[in-house]
Ligand binder design. Structure first.
Ligand code: GUN
Ligand code: ZN
Length: 443
């Protein structure tokens, strides 16, 4: 791997990470109040209490973040880099929002220079928010993905991206064809998939903008390249669902559109899944597909309230998505803030509110780290501080804002502190972000 130091380096701080889902196991996480993380060649060598480390290595030099909290880098499981410049566009539901703001913005990515400028800005935003891995939409233009991967490669990032496939129901200048989308995606896969830390996702936008022929081509790509991802949107908005059903009358439901094109596999990630029918939940479960929970986006577009509890009951893997630009923040902490409120709001609509569990702080940070890594099938390389994992991590300053500092001083348990961090924390609490053990310059 490029640009990583072969000499071991040591970092002192409090450490917090997961080995399992805290809702499945009581001893799922580890918190070391005063610890040392040792990193060599960009990978975790060990994580031990400081005292034990010092006995063995009395003269070792270390970077000192005493009093700060280090966690594995956050995972954003659904985001659109071309929508960075149109975040916070007012007043529409999904389909109007796409036509009014999104599609005009995405036409600019025909220009690779523009794409690179936005990709550089976008990646810095992710890192400033402590996000070190993301599953990212490009635009229909292959050069948008070239620009993104070039920028991510330069920064040694573990990123997943794909060219949008869309051959109908959008402005002419954003359309490809079934054949061209197949050829262009294939070339990008051959060039970028598994290059350094980069991975490719076959990316039909959603059912509405793809013909059945194009979806079949997406299925062909998954067959030809068995370890690429499938990344799309599913069942986000009621008008979208109605339109989809009218376009695919032969399909049983929304998910069946993708099923009939053989797009359901373990590396398939569906964003939203808010209004799923019982059969669709079962299909997702059977095919081991993952869902991206995008609370800020779902509230912003008025799409609905994702049923996290149901996904958990069915053992369906879930990660968090900011879904910028429908999402309103790059911050996974702010995404957790809204995620908690979504689980709270569900009570207002439940027949039996007492059966609804609010999202816990531990589950929240699991979703933001190891849970996201598992949902992307990347937990063998990222997600916690086990030996050999890639050393991408975030340094959190509990005292970054007066309010957070004050609240932390008035907390008695670690979980209480974590919860305050997820509700009132944001990019200001991210003191530093490390990639493969190297501190990133984010000025
Ligand atoms: N469905 C199809 N395209 C999009 C998009 O760009 N954002 C969101 N939130 N939903 C979509
Ligand atoms: Zn999206």
């Amino acid at each position: 791997m490029t640009n990583t130091s072969s000499k071991a380096k040591h970092i002192r701080a409090s450490f917090f990470h997961f080995f399992e889902d805290p809702n499945l196991e009581s001893e799922a996480h580890q918190f070391i109040e005063d610890g040392i993380l040792s990193v060599e060649n960009g990978k975790v060598e060990s994580l031990v209490p400081f005292e034990a480390f010092q006995i063995e290595n009395p003269d070792a030099i270390f970077e000192d973040y005493s009093g700060k909290l280090i966690m594995p880098g956050f995972v954003d499981m659904h985001i659109h880099y071309p929508q960075t410049e149109m975040i916070a566009a007012h007043g529409e539901e999904l389909l109007q929002w796409l036509n009014t703001y999104t599609f005009p913005t995405e036409t600019k990515f025909k220009d690779k220079k523009h794409a690179r400028k936005i990709a550089d800005f976008f990646l810095k935003q992710l890192l400033k928010n402590g996000t070190t891995t993301a599953l990212v939409f490009g635009t229909v233009h292959p050069q948008s993905v070239e620009a993104f991967f070039e920028a991510a490669e330069k920064m040694n990032l573990r990123m997943i991206c794909g060219k949008v496939m869309m051959d109908r129901n959008a402005p002419e200048e954003l359309l490809d064809t079934a054949e061209s989308s197949y050829e262009e995606s294939k070339k990008l896969i051959e060039k970028w998939h598994k290059k350094e830390r980069l991975l490719y996702a076959v990316t039909p936008r959603f059912a509405i903008t793809s013909s059945p022929e194009q979806l079949q081509k997406a299925g062909k790509l998954l067959k030809e390249f068995s370890d690429v991802y499938l990344h799309t949107h599913l069942s986000e908005n009621k008008s979208e669902i109605e339109f989809t059903k009218s376009l695919f009358p032969e399909c049983k439901n929304y998910l069946d559109v993708f099923q009939q094109a053989n797009l359901l596999q373990k590396r398939s990630v569906f964003a939203h899944g808010i209004h799923l029918e019982e059969n669709e939940w079962k299909q997702l479960q059977q095919h081991d597909c993952s869902l991206a929970f995008c609370p800020t986006s779902n509230l912003f577009l008025g799409s609905g309230l994702f049923n996290l509890q149901k996904a958990e009951e069915l053992n369906i893997k879930v990660g968090l998505g900011t879904d910028v630009g429908a999402g309103t923040s790059f911050s996974i902490l702010q995404t957790l803030n809204e995620a908690y409120k979504v689980t709270q709001l569900r009570k207002a609509y439940a027949e039996n509110p007492s059966t609804i569990k609010p999202l816990s702080a531990l589950k929240s940070f699991y979703l933001a780290t190891l849970g996201g890594a598992k949902a992307l099938h990347l937990d063998h390389v990222i997600g916690n501080f086990e030996e050999g994992k890639e050393a991408d991590f975030v340094v959190i300053d509990w005292k970054a804002t007066d309010l957070l500092k004050f609240r932390i001083e008035n907390s008695s348990t670690f979980e209480e502190k974590l919860f305050a961090l997820q509700i009132i924390g944001d990019d200001r609490v991210v003191e530093a972000t490390y990639i493969l053990g190297e501190k990133q310059n984010l000025d």
